[in-house]
Write a protein that binds this ligand. Structure first.
Ligand SMILES: Cc1cc2nc3c(=O)[nH]c(=O)nc-3n(C[C@H](O)[C@H](O)[C@H](O)COP(=O)(O)OP(=O)(O)OC[C@H]3O[C@@H](n4cnc5c(N)ncnc54)[C@H](O)[C@@H]3O)c2cc1C
Length: 485
């Protein structure tokens, strides 16, 4: 098989008839349903891009010799890392960074865990083999994945086994000769409706104790497995008009609540079974978090470039670029962009080989970037909002411009400095879809939360940071003038 095309992606989704629900209905075919067909087409474009730019997007499988996706590549040199990143950014450019869960995000996780997997062998060597095999299977078949890391928000003050109904969060029901049976609910599967399989893994940051072992699982299941349901939040692709909805009519990935009703998972697809200790270390010790952060930072750069472009176009459109605070706001986006690029450069050029032969980017650089960007992203959105002012809401639709009577009024009344009304409103609709539409609001929310709660990520960052040299630097300075201690 090898890397798939967009056509193959759609055919597989059509054939799978995954268990997807939205707006109170079971969706028979996501490839043609109005809520999902546009984003399915955007995903298909990503897969097609693999064959449009094979030098950048494909490489030869080390096991079968087939052409497989570059974002699955196990990096053993810095050049490999750069090649991976160039493929990641080529995909990101296709959506201007709006598809957070383009396949490269989970391909990075699967690759890292598949190649750095001693941890999984701690409870059974077969689990390490399983994740290795899954990496090969996913790579050779170009499987599109969603993932669910967190448990439902019932009572965060209590552990899972202490919840008032401790059977709600996904848990192990039974182990038998063939596999495991699981039951319960998991959140939150971005692209759950439009992917082939669900990767169930522990949270990247929330840690569990031994009494939560029954909830401590990692496995993968097809999205049409008996008993699994992907229940979508309301889809926000409202109208199939790319002028009116430049982003939401293309890149609305969707998020699903995932329900498991006694779902059977064969042993070969189980990676962690009832082991909180392994779960707590899964992302760090496999370096999955490092390679996922590499994808995240590479994608964030593309998105920041796009946001900068929108800001600069707004300045031109309404002649505000000479005002000091406007320039200062443009500068803020520019500095964010340059800072993120510096993090990426340092990460790639300080990369080191680990004992598995994996070339890992410098995590210190990526960890700083992935902790910083979620906090700064809302400021970028705020800048667009402030620059656009009334322009963000004086945004009639394309149909209004086409109307015989009101079209000419809008064309004249909403013209910009050097552009006509139709072009100016199109630009401002883009700014609105980035910042203020349901899609835009979710983008801001996504950037803040998708990698985990930034507050707890920040606490972990502080705890793990090597603080001693800096404390010592000050102590040494003070010591020089101390008469006694
Ligand atoms: C748009 C979007 C897309 C997402 N996509 C995915 C996906 O594809 N796959 C996936 O698995 N997950 C996904 N997530 C989920 C994401 O991983 C979580 O939102 C994130 O980990 C935070 O967890 P939570 O939402 O359960 O927040 P909670 O843990 O419920 O936190 C709620 C609030 O309480 C505070 N809080 C709770 N507990 C503590 C504590 N112990 N100490 C300090 N403060 C605390 C938090 O700081 C936060 O303010 C997505 C989230 C969003 C918003």
């Amino acid at each position: 098989m090898g890397a798939k095309t967009g056509k193959e992606y759609k055919e597989r989704l059509k054939k799978a008839r995954n268990n997807v629900y939205a707006n109170g209905q079971r969706i028979e075919d996501v490839t043609i349903h109005s809520a999902f067909k546009n984003v399915v087409n955007s995903m298909a474009k990503l897969y097609d891009l693999q064959y449009e730019k094979p030098d950048k997007m494909l490489y030869q499988s080390p096991t079968t010799g087939r052409q497989v996706g570059m974002t699955f590549k196990h990096p053993t040199t810095i050049d490999d890392l750069i090649n991976r990143r160039e493929a990641i950014q080529a995909w990101a450019r296709s959506s201007q960074g709006m598809m957070g869960r383009s396949p490269d995000y989970l391909n990075a996780q699967v690759m890292a865990m598949g190649m750095n997997n001693d941890l999984f062998a701690e409870s059974d060597p077969q689990f390490a083999q399983n994740i290795r095999d899954y990496y090969e299977y996913a790579r050779e078949n170009d499987i599109s994945l969603t993932h669910t890391l967190i448990h439902p928000q019932i009572n965060r003050a209590k552990a899972l086994h202490e919840q008032k109904d401790a059977t709600v969060p996904l848990h192990l029901v039974e182990e038998n000769a063939d596999g495991i049976i699981v039951n319960g609910i998991r959140l939150l599967a971005t692209q759950g409706a439009i992917t082939e399989e669900t990767f169930v893994f522990p949270s990247t940051i929330k840690k569990a104790g031994e009494r939560d072992d029954p909830y401590s699982l990692a496995f993968v299941v097809p999205n049409n497995a008996p008993g699994i349901k992907h229940i979508s939040r309301e889809p926000w692709d409202y109208k199939d008009n790319k002028w009116d909805y430049p982003l939401s009519s293309r890149f609305e990935e969707g998020d699903t609540v995932v329900s498991f009703d006694n779902v059977f998972v064969p042993w070969e697809k189980v990676f962690i079974c009832g082991n909180s200790s392994i779960c707590n270390r899964a992302f760090l010790e496999t370096n999955a978090v490092v390679h996922m952060s590499h994808q995240v930072v590479a994608k964030a750069i593309v998105k920041t470039e796009f946001i900068l472009g929108i800001a600069l176009n707004i300045m031109d459109a309404i002649g505000i670029d000479q005002f000091q605070h406007v320039q200062d706001k443009g500068r803020d986006i520019m500095i964010t962009l340059e800072t993120m690029k510096s993090h990426l450069y340092r990460a790639e050029h300080n990369a080191k080989l680990d004992r598995y032969g994996t070339m890992n980017p410098d995590f210190a650089a990526l960890d700083a970037a992935r902790n910083w960007y979620p906090r700064i992203y809302p400021d970028l959105v705020e800048i667009i909002r402030i620059l656009a002012a009334s322009g963000l809401t004086s945004i009639p639709t394309e149909a209004d411009f086409e109307h015989e009577e009101i079209g000419p009024i809008l064309e004249r009344g909403l013209q910009g400095k050097n552009i006509n009304g139709y072009e100016r409103v199109q630009l401002f609709r883009l700014a609105w879809d980035l910042t203020a539409s349901a899609f835009g609001a979710r983008q801001t929310h996504y950037e803040y939360y998708f990698f985990g709660d930034p507050i707890r990520m920040g606490m972990t960052y502080f705890e793990k940071f090597d603080k001693e040299p800096y404390k010592q630097q000050v102590q040494d300075f003070l010591k020089e003038t101390r008469k006694y201690s």
